[in-house]
Design a protein. Structure first.
Length: 306
């Protein structure tokens, strides 16, 4: 497999990834806000998705569901640009998209490529995600995203922005390991149902493949996501957690399986829908900018890239 015009193809991947990240997070932000409140469990009471949404709407209004969106806007674009572009790069380097390889080899290479892309993108995403969740909870009267960043650094130290970094990696590494190969397998399966020479861009393929991959990976990694939320919001909630293992142990001791599964339904809904949006956007931008021109004809590339 060979790239032609490395700089051009990398630029397309970066731009497509940035747009995909923006579309994904803006479109799904209200669901993410509800998930954050369910996982934080502020009043130690059992709540449903509907009751939490109703409470937030009554207290804050519709726009209150978008509190913290500016933090996402700052981080989602760059983080997703690196996430998608680096995945494409590592998949190319490892031969994860070469059809003559065995399915096991391709799946393993795709999973490892996802892990590498996660290590790079999470360094940008984690501090912005911390600020986003603090703004979503609204327990302290921050005047805006910048004020939240300054206040956190002043009162909790700059390390607080990365309090959940280890947890985030522990969650996103297995998430990405399952997420990318599942997407590739489902995409290939759905593509095989089309006519043999029909290589036109089809959003349904990417929405369904991305949705299935997102739901599976989200369900598997939900306990780690709950742990991440508790670590990120402990300064506002008034509880103290110590590290990933300590948080998971305390969560199990105090709340059991309910604690591990908090927010799992909105999380799976969020990631299935957001992944569908992200992949459909990403592949369409690649198609729109003619990324297929920079691959050799014998490559096994995505349907939008033929």
């Amino acid at each position: 497999m060979s790239f032609k015009g490395d700089f051009r193809i990398s630029s397309i991947h970066l731009f497509a990834g940035a747009l995909a990240g923006a579309a994904e997070h803006v479109g799904m932000f209200p669901v993410d806000t509800i998930k954050t409140h369910l996982q934080a469990n502020l009043n130690n009471t059992e709540k449903t998705i509907l009751s939490t949404a109703k409470q937030l709407y009554t207290k804050r209004g519709f726009l209150g569901l978008f509190r913290g969106l500016s933090a996402v806007a700052l981080g989602a674009g760059p983080a997703h640009a690196i996430y998608f572009a680096s995945y494409e790069f590592f998949k190319y380097q490892t031969g994860g998209g070469e059809s003559h390889r065995t399915q096991f080899y391709q799946t393993t290479a795709q999973g490892l490529s996802g892990i590498c892309s996660t290590l790079l993108s999470e360094a940008i995403h984690t501090p912005m995600d911390t600020i986003k969740q603090k703004r979503q909870l609204g327990l302290k009267n921050y005047s805006g995203t910048l004020d939240c960043i300054i206040t956190v650094i002043r009162t909790e130290g700059s390390r607080a922005l990365y309090a959940s970094y280890t947890t985030s990696l522990m969650m996103t590494i297995p998430f990405s390991f399952f997420y990318f190969p599942t997407y590739e397998i489902l995409r290939k399966f759905l593509k095989s149902a089309k006519k043999e020479h029909d290589h036109r861009y089809d959003p349904k393929i990417h929405i369904l493949a991305g949705g299935g991959a997102g739901a599976l990976a989200a369900g598997i990694t939900n306990p780690l996501d709950v742990s991440k939320t508790r670590l990120q919001t402990q300064g506002d909630v008034g509880k103290t957690y110590s590290g990933v293992a300590g948080t998971l142990a305390k969560l199990w001791k105090e709340e059991g399986i309910r604690g591990y599964s908090r927010g799992i339904v909105p999380r799976m809904v969020f990631f299935s829908t957001s992944a569908g949006i992200a992949w459909a956007t990403y592949e369409y931008v690649k198609y729109l900018f003619g990324a297929e021109k920079y691959f050799s004809q014998d490559d096994d590339v995505h349907p939008c890239c033929h």
